[in-house]
Design a protein around this ligand. Structure first.
Ligand code: SF4
Ligand code: SF4
Length: 427
């Protein structure tokens, strides 16, 4: 696509990247076929090709308005279009650049500004988020229905104790921002399974939110500062030989894997950020590389029929579609088929708050697809998807590692419950 950035856009730090992405799009429109918002709204400007045009117009100095903002806000950043695009257009980077520039050109109404500010203030701070969640749960009956809908109905599974680090093999694990309050057992379950595989998790509690929330709400500098803080928190353990930085939330993993690119112009962090991104692994990648035969889950626990929802940040951003399914299958779980598994569930970070109507529709479609195989439980790999889908109040949704850990724990319990069988004469 021919481009002619205006002088202001040419001066942006990401001008060259934006121009090269715009030029790589050949305007074929294949991407529209898999775009959830195009499918729902049927408007060219609510599909990737239309949004690319809007960003081109913006960067070429053309007219922009609140309508431009609406079409870009409606994008889920699910990156399904990137998976479909035959020309390798890195759409999400163009969107990041376009959104940041649009934010400077078009002022949002006060209500929207306050909502975004509130999200950036609360979500990345685990203590603040946890306190608000507790208060919200206590006051639920007194709150308006719209606020009640945002408070998880089901109570979280309490965290089991984490193993004391004892193995020579060490990894770091991102604790995250909302996950410790909403699903405190997820990282504990991951640490317990890794411990069984001979891998210990080095605590690094000074690391916190990955920065994606700020970054994707156009507070990009704040998001990058969180990335720098995490790099500083992890660095001593990296120098001491940590072999990976494990993420149990695929949304965080996708963002940590971008630290190297996003900080490429920062002379103080460029090398460290690249190293951190190179070490970042989704939990499924770590387990996939281990001899899972050593793990013996209980037969009745793996007889559960599981529907797996593969988050967009796992399949489209990290290109790890099928990774969790493969681990679960190797362990013997019974997976049900899920139609249209490439489509977003509508969670998309803070999208369920900023675009509630589209988000609800996508959740309804996704739940129908997940439940079509009549599963006992739905598993996923990202806290945002987990809470969004579980909030439908239908089939229970949990992180897949919790199912694995419980199946291993159940097998242990059975062995201890039948000590005589284990030492039967002649055995
Ligand atoms: S599929 Fe790729 S090249 Fe074709 S219009 Fe979409 S982004 Fe552009
Ligand atoms: S990121 Fe998702 S919602 Fe946005 S344009 Fe691409 S496919 Fe559509």
């Amino acid at each position: 696509m021919q481009t002619n950035l205006d002088s202001h856009a040419k001066a942006l730090p990401d001008a060259e990247e934006a121009e090269s992405i715009l030029r790589s799009c050949v305007h074929c429109g294949f991407c529209n076929a898999t775009c959830p918002t195009y499918q729902l709204l049927g408007n060219e400007l609510d599909g990737p090709r239309g949004r690319i045009y809007l960003i081109k117009q913006l960067l070429e100095g053309g007219p922009v308005s609140d309508k431009t903002q609406l079409h870009l806000d409606r994008c889920l950043t699910c990156r399904n279009c990137e998976t479909t695009c035959p020309s390798g257009v890195t759409y999400h980077r163009l969107l990041d650049i376009g959104r940041a520039e649009l934010e400077r050109r078009v002022e949002r109404p006060v209500g929207e500004r306050l909502t975004r500010k509130g999200l950036c203030t609360v979500i990345p701070r685990p203590a603040v988020f946890g306190a608000l969640l507790k208060t919200g749960r206590a006051l639920r009956p007194l709150l308006p229905a719209s606020v009640q809908a945002k408070i998880p109905v089901r109570s979280a599974v309490p965290a089991k104790p984490r193993p004391v680090p004892r193995h020579a093999r060490r990894v770091l694990m991102l604790e995250g921002c909302v996950q410790p309050s909403l699903s405190p057992n997820t990282n504990a379950a991951a640490a317990r399974v890794l411990d069984r595989l001979g891998i210990s998790v080095t605590p690094a509690r000074e690391a916190g939110c990955c920065g994606a929330t700020d970054y994707h709400l156009n507070a990009q500098d704040a998001g990058l500062d969180r990335a720098r803080r995490n790099i500083d928190a992890w660095w001593p353990a990296i120098e001491a030989g940590a072999e990976a930085i494990v993420q149990t939330a695929s949304g965080c993993g996708a963002f940590v894997k971008e630290y190297g690119h996003l900080l490429r112009n920062d002379p103080f962090y460029v090398a460290k950020a690249a190293r951190v991104s190179a070490l970042a692994r989704d939990l499924a990648e770590v387990l996939a590389a281990e001899p899972l035969d050593a793990l013996q889950p209980a037969d009745d626990a793996i007889a559960l029929r599981v529907a797996f929802h593969c988050p967009c940040t796992l399949q489209h951003a990290q290109k790890l579609g099928g990774a969790v399914e493969s681990v679960l299958t190797r362990l013997g779980f019974d997976l049900s088929a899920v139609p249209d598994a490439h489509l977003c569930c509508g969670s998309a970070g803070t999208y369920s708050i900023t675009q509630p109507e589209i988000s609800q529709k996508l959740r309804d479609h996704k739940m129908a697809a997940l439940e079509s195989g009549q599963p006992d439980i739905i598993a996923t790999a990202n806290i945002g998807c987990q809470m969004h889908l579980d909030g439908a109040g239908r089939t229970r949704v949990r992180h897949w590692i919790e199912l694995v850990e419980e199946a291993l724990e159940a097998a242990n319990a059975q062995v201890f419950a039948r000590p005589n069988e284990a030492v039967a004469p002649g055995a």
